[in-house]
Design a protein around this ligand. Structure first.
Ligand SMILES: [Zn+2]
Length: 77
């Protein structure tokens, strides 16, 4: 599952109104992919990986963490 598709789903579902449970599910999904990307970066740093590939993963992590912050600051109406 790519990070941008989770973000897209979050944006779409937020328009319709997210339930607490759904927000929590999306949160866990993003948290999982951020953790996976951090591991991938860790592994890549042990090899002669393409710096571009690492930079790309870093971007996913940054975006993912932003999304986590956004979900954390959601207000229930
Ligand atoms: Zn990603």
């Amino acid at each position: 599952m790519s990070c941008s598709s989770v973000k897209h789903r979050f944006e779409t579902e937020k328009q319709k109104g997210l339930s607490f449970l759904r927000a929590m599910e999306l949160y866990q999904e993003v948290e999982g992919s951020v953790a996976a990307h951090k591991m991938e970066i860790g592994e890549l740093q042990h090899t002669n990986a393409d710096p571009e590939q690492i930079r790309h993963l870093q971007e996913h992590i940054t975006d993912g963490e932003k999304l986590l912050q956004e979900i954390k600051s959601l207000h229930l109406h």
